[in-house]
Design a binder for this molecule. Sequence first.
Ligand SMILES: [Fe+2]
Length: 329
Amino acid sequence: MTALFPETGGFLPHHHFWTEDGLVLERERVFGRCWLYMGVFDETGEPAELTADMAGLRFTIRRDAAGLSGVCRDGDRVRPLEVNRCGALVFARVAQKGGPTLAEHLHPYAERLAAMSVNCVNPEPPVGIPFQANWKALVENTMDDFHGSTVHPETIHPAVHPDWQTHLTTERFGANSDSCWRLADGTAGWWAKLDGKLRLAKFAEEAVYRHIFIFPNFYLASFYGSVVIPHRVDPVAPDAAVLRWQLFLPTTRLETPRERAFHRSTAVYLLTSATGVINEDRPVCEAVQQGRPAILGNGVYGRRERRILDFHTAMLAQLAKSPVTEPRP
Ligand SMILES: [Fe+2]
């Protein structure tokens, strides 16, 4: 096995982006240990169970009269899960002694996430988009504040305020962060009209695109204090991942056929737009993946890219911990 922690400062070793050794370590020490986002149950009891596959681990969460429970399967090995919620968002981790509580893991965003999760209603079907790239390339991509203007010049870029250097604020806390882009006036006007017609449910009055990242692979995006889109990046292989997301377009009224039809067409428009944006990210992540083994050194990161370094630092700290061996009795 290649040396795990060569002299790279705060950077993960580069081979972690393409080797099986890297993925095996992450399976035990990151995905076999951290709190992970599992999904949302709706009020009618759907879906019957939540399942997730990450780095070769299969997570299954059930809901019954006794509450939430689940297991993690890894070949023949079956380990119990601790399951907890933040508002409507269900998280789980392999049962273990010690370690942070869910609230500690989400700190300082647990309350904000819980408030946003109230809008996880009117669910659209979950979407999974495969990427031929390491999962961490997708995480780095999504946290790169510069990529709005470069990768999405005709989609995200015109939707946010043209002076985004001034009107983008990013809070960072360890590896967790919250970035908030002020919407362009035209885009905010579009959402206001939509609000007038659909009577959107809102967790806050804010004309922003918000993006809260929770280590290691979850982010909750929101528009206009209303639409929420939980995303999770699932590792599949050293060079393959799936970006899973689900759109919620919450309304306070959905009674008449006309309201339902307008809600449906708006949801389809938003799903199509979001898919289009992700299809702009995909070739970039895949090109980075292909080029990465030829890397000669580490890049120089600016103020707007500090979250990427925070992520590397958190990954190094997490990988230095021993794997979980003793389930809680
Ligand atoms: Fe993007």
